[in-house]
Design a protein around this ligand. Structure first.
Ligand SMILES: CCCCCCCCC/C=C/C(=O)SCCNC(=O)CCNC(=O)[C@H](O)C(C)(C)COP(=O)(O)OP(=O)(O)OC[C@H]1O[C@@H](n2cnc3c(N)ncnc32)[C@H](O)[C@@H]1OP(=O)(O)O
Length: 297
């Protein structure tokens, strides 16, 4: 299994995933009944009776989306997608206070242009795979989820968040001196509408769970210890709908947004590399990382 994952990871990095569209069946072993799979940063438990998998992020300290994390996540999702028995995935975190801190900022600092391009392609791939998944996807948000963490939740079909005012959710990129790309913005707009997105993105606003519910950024709140149970209940409701009808409807709704990224994918990578290699952006990101460290002192 480790060798298989390693091979799949190198395929993904080499761009083979993009070239061929999906990982080949030979490259993956499929789930069939109850299955568990562990990588360094992710564990997947699939219940063969319900057809529901729980994908748990377990990459301390904050489940940041590094290149390795994104690769492992995308491969795990692809494996579930190829398993006919798997109809739904619940995403959650094994960490006590954080769902995901978003993109790993260290991947965007002090690296080569080639690295930034590979990283951004992996971010795009992660978004595309999750956004267009045939499966029902439910985010069980049991901690804070800024920026890329919020994006991950937003691309799911349904969001249940822990009702704890210490947690927050939003696209806070402007606070780091960076800009949410158009497909982050599209995903947010599709969820909470143009006006609210315009305010939220400019201000880099982080919503409390109650405010997130009010604007429709999350669909439901639950006490912290019930988030996953509520997510499972929601999942059964969604799975009561015939898969083909539900999925065709999802594709119809999401196609224009998906197509926009697919059409502009290479240009988006070029924009990202040009942007992130600017001295001023590097300085902003370094200062932000430093401020995160200072907060602890
Ligand atoms: C034109 C086109 C243009 C394209 C333009 C480019 C577009 C880019 C889009 C970017 C999208 C993003 O997701 S950017 C990422 C935005 N993310 C954030 O702002 C999250 C910042 N983090 C936090 O707010 C907090 O860490 C939070 C998640 C709530 C958890 O708080 P805690 O108190 O539990 O933990 P902390 O003590 O803060 O953090 C623990 C350690 O993790 C590190 N850490 C925290 N978040 C991290 C992160 N995202 N990446 C790396 N490292 C991180 C801290 O520095 C600490 O490191 P040590 O001190 O060494 O232990």
């Amino acid at each position: 299994m480790a060798a298989l994952l390693k091979r799949s990871a190198s395929l993904l990095r080499a761009g083979a995933l993009q070239k061929h569209g999906v990982l080949t069946k030979q490259a993956l072993c499929l789930f069939s009944t109850n299955m568990r799979m562990f990588t360094n940063k992710i564990s997947v438990e699939m219940d063969g009776t319900t057809g529901v998998a729980v994908l748990t992020m377990k990459s301390p300290p904050v489940n940041s989306l590094s290149l390795d994390f994104l690769t492992e996540f995308t491969i795990s999702l692809e494996k579930l997608e190829m398993d006919k028995a798997c109809r739904g995935v619940i995403l959650t975190s094994a960490l006590p206070r954080v769902f995901s801190a978003g993109l790993d900022i260290t991947e965007m600092c002090g690296k080569s242009a080639e690295h930034y391009a590979a990283f951004w392609r992996a971010v795009q791939e992660f978004w595309l795979k999750l956004y267009t998944s045939n499966m029902v996807t439910v985010a069980a948000i049991n901690g804070s989820c800024p920026a890329g963490g919020c994006l991950m939740a937003l691309v799911c079909d349904y969001r249940v968040m822990a009702d704890d005012p210490k947690f927050s959710i939003g696209l806070n990129e402007t606070k780091l001196g960076i800009v949410a790309p158009f497909w982050f913005k599209d995903t947010m707009t599709n969820t909470i509408g143009n006006r609210e997105t315009e305010k939220a993105l400019q201000l880099g606003y982080m919503y409390s769970p109650a405010d997130a519910l009010k604007v429709g950024l999350v669909d439901q709140l639950a006490s912290a210890d019930k988030v996953e149970t509520v997510a499972s209940t929601v999942m059964s409701e969604w799975l009561a709908i015939p898969d083909h009808a539900r999925h065709l409807t999802k594709s119809m709704m999401r196609k224009p947004t998906r197509d926009r990224l697919v059409t502009h994918r290479d240009a988006d990578i070029t924009s990202f590399v040009n942007f992130v290699t600017k001295d001023s952006i590097q300085k902003s990101l370094q200062m932000y990382l430093e401020s995160l460290k200072q907060r602890k002192r």
